[in-house]
Write a protein that binds this ligand. Structure first.
Ligand SMILES: NC(=O)c1ccc[n+]([C@@H]2O[C@H](COP(=O)([O-])OP(=O)(O)OC[C@H]3O[C@@H](n4cnc5c(N)ncnc54)[C@H](OP(=O)(O)O)[C@@H]3O)[C@@H](O)[C@H]2O)c1
Length: 268
């Protein structure tokens, strides 16, 4: 299915993006990997090449529109087009709103998590229209449900959901499909260590255990690939999380209570 197809992945230097890159490499895709840290990106690129895939590594920041343009231009000049854009790059926060000391956190979260998607989609879209390709956005369950300590993060993921819901209506009939992926906690990523703390600095490594319900990167990556193959519009992972979304429509107060309790237990 993905043999000789061109897959652009933002945020491919660690976590879900890196695992997705290797999964697409196993299927013979031509890859264009993007993130800020060139060294880690090269490492992932080398692993993808070992798996037999062609792989281009482009260093840049999704918050900078010109970097996303450069990513797409280099991809097109190397492979001739774009079939799939996986907009995965993201950063988090861990702080109660009232304890935040640096409001810049909110701008940075929107710049990366929301505008990063807008920028990469903007430049890839003309090529995706030619290939009748697909936009795959790694959003979060927090794009639909509020979670304590994540006000700015949740807002940025809600923005992604709103942007893509509107774009989907505009792209009707164009042949371009949009998949939004809404995972629960993922284990084995740098999300927490790279998250902004209340003072605007990064949290750094910590010893907090993963929630029992966290999902492995391999399981998430496999579910994303299957959803792309089926050209689905939304993937909620794990599937049982859909119950929470339904409950949220009927009794949002119960969902708020459940989520608050879960986070309190987790943060103890
Ligand atoms: N971890 C979770 O529990 C979880 C749950 C739901 C959804 N998600 C979403 O999953 C996606 C992947 O996150 P992850 O969990 O795999 O975390 P991760 O290991 O921290 O990976 C994030 C990736 O994004 C890149 N990135 C961050 N800021 C960037 C920027 N300004 N420009 C370009 N690349 C940037 C990072 O690379 P550089 O630092 O090298 O730039 C890294 O490759 C994110 O969108 C996240 O919101 C995560």
């Amino acid at each position: 299915m993905f043999h000789d197809k061109t897959v652009v992945i933002t945020g491919a230097s660690s976590g879900l993006g890196a695992v997705l890159a290797e999964a697409f490499a196993d299927q013979g895709a031509n890859l264009a990997l993007f993130s800020r840290s060139e060294d880690r990106l090269e490492e992932i690129g080398a692993r993808c090449r070992e798996r037999g895939a062609r792989c281009l590594a482009v260093a840049g920041d999704v918050a900078r529109a010109e970097d996303c343009k450069r990513l797409v231009d280099r991809t097109v000049s190397e492979y001739g087009g774009v079939d799939y854009l996986v907009a995965n790059a993201g950063v988090g926060m861990w702080a109660r709103f009232e304890e935040v000391e640096d409001l810049e956190i909110f701008r940075k979260l929107m710049d990366t998590n929301y505008l990063g998607v807008v920028h990469s989609v903007f430049y890839a879209l003309p090529h995706l229209k030619k290939s009748k390709g697909m936009i795959v956005a790694i959003s979060s369950i927090q794009g639909k449900i509020g979670v304590p300590l994540h006000t700015g993060y949740g807002a940025s993921k809600h923005a992604v959901q709103g942007f893509l819901a509107s774009l989907r209506t505009e792209l009707d009939g164009s042949g371009v499909d949009i998949l939004t992926v809404l995972p629960h906690w993922l284990r084995g990523t740098n999300m927490r260590s790279n998250a902004f703390g209340k003072d605007g600095g990064l949290l750094g490594p910590d010893s907090k255990r993963h929630s029992k319900e966290s999902i492995s990167l391999e399981a998430c990556s496999q579910a994303v690939i299957t959803a792309v193959e089926k050209r689905k519009r939304e993937l909620v992972i794990p599937f049982k999380l859909r119950l929470l979304l339904w409950l949220n429509l009927i009794h949002p107060g119960i969902v708020e209570w459940l989520v608050k309790r879960k986070v309190e237990i987790q943060e103890k």
